[in-house]
Design a binder for this molecule. Structure first.
Ligand code: ZN
Length: 255
């Protein structure tokens, strides 16, 4: 018996996890879709349909025109409001608690892995959990930033010093946090199994991580509907519903 939406491959993935632990999970937008968060790169609708995020969510746009930047970025904050982790996030927490999972590397900025309770978490693109002032370095929690965003006449949340706040997310035109990147690479190299979930594995830096695992003698498994550059190298690929597949894996591993 497998839960609706899961494939028989979930049992095989559970075996692989047992054989090859410690597992490292690498997650992308697809793991948050069941939480109601649309893939940032999916076709947009509405006001910003014809806007290039590479232009408007660029660090230069933030510096030169914070009003326009926050008019766009405020919508992303709104999209994330009230969103909760789903069964796929929870499954990874279960694997970590059982000592099978060494860490989660995510491209997502939604903070849902942290909310679910993942302990060893590397957010390579940062997170909306905090925003900070580039001038004085003060840092503010999401709730505070939301409050300032909503009450600002020009729609720009500001530091106590008056400067615009920048979300703790890696913007286009910004360098990735070196420390996070180094940790992600070290985890990938040490992984017996790199479990890639909901990512097309095309965006830097996560695109390089499966290669690192494979070269170090580890295996790769993929739980993603779309094609990825590593499909041919993967020990296993599951294309069912991400939440159902991962819940089925946890069930197959037993209590
Ligand atoms: Zn400041």
């Amino acid at each position: 018996m497998t839960p609706a939406g899961a494939t028989a491959g979930a049992a095989r993935l559970a075996e692989l996890i047992r054989e090859r632990a410690p597992v490292v999970a690498l997650t992308g937008a697809g793991i948050s879709v069941p939480s109601g968060i649309p893939d940032f790169r999916s076709p947009q609708t509405g006001l910003w349909a014809n806007v290039d995020p590479m232009e408007v969510a660029h660090v230069d746009a933030f510096r030169l025109d914070p009003e326009r930047f926050w008019a766009f970025y405020g919508q992303r904050f709104a999209t994330l409001r009230g969103k909760r982790p789903n069964g796929a996030h929870d499954a990874l927490v279960q694997l970590e608690r059982r000592g099978l999972l060494a860490g989660v590397v995510t491209q997502n900025i939604d903070g849902l892995h942290a909310a679910a309770g993942t302990r060893e978490l590397i957010e390579v693109h940062g997170s909306v959990a905090t925003s900070s002032c580039l001038d004085c370095g003060s840092r503010y929690e999401l709730d505070v930033v939301r409050g300032r965003l909503e009450s600002a006449a020009d729609g720009v949340p500001r530091c106590d010093c008056g400067d615009p706040l920048k979300p703790g997310v890696v913007l286009f035109g910004e360098f990735l946090p070196e420390h996070a990147l180094a940790r992600a690479q070290a985890l990938a190299a040490a992984a017996g199994l790199l479990l890639c979930i909901g990512s097309s594995l095309e965006v830097h830096p996560v695109a390089q991580l499966p290669e690192i695992t494979l070269r170090a003698g580890g295996a790769v498994a993929i739980v993603t509907r779309s094609a990825t550059p590593y499909d041919a190298d993967a020990e296993l690929k599951l294309t069912g519903d991400v939440e159902a597949e991962l819940q089925a894996v946890v069930a197959a591993l037993g209590a």
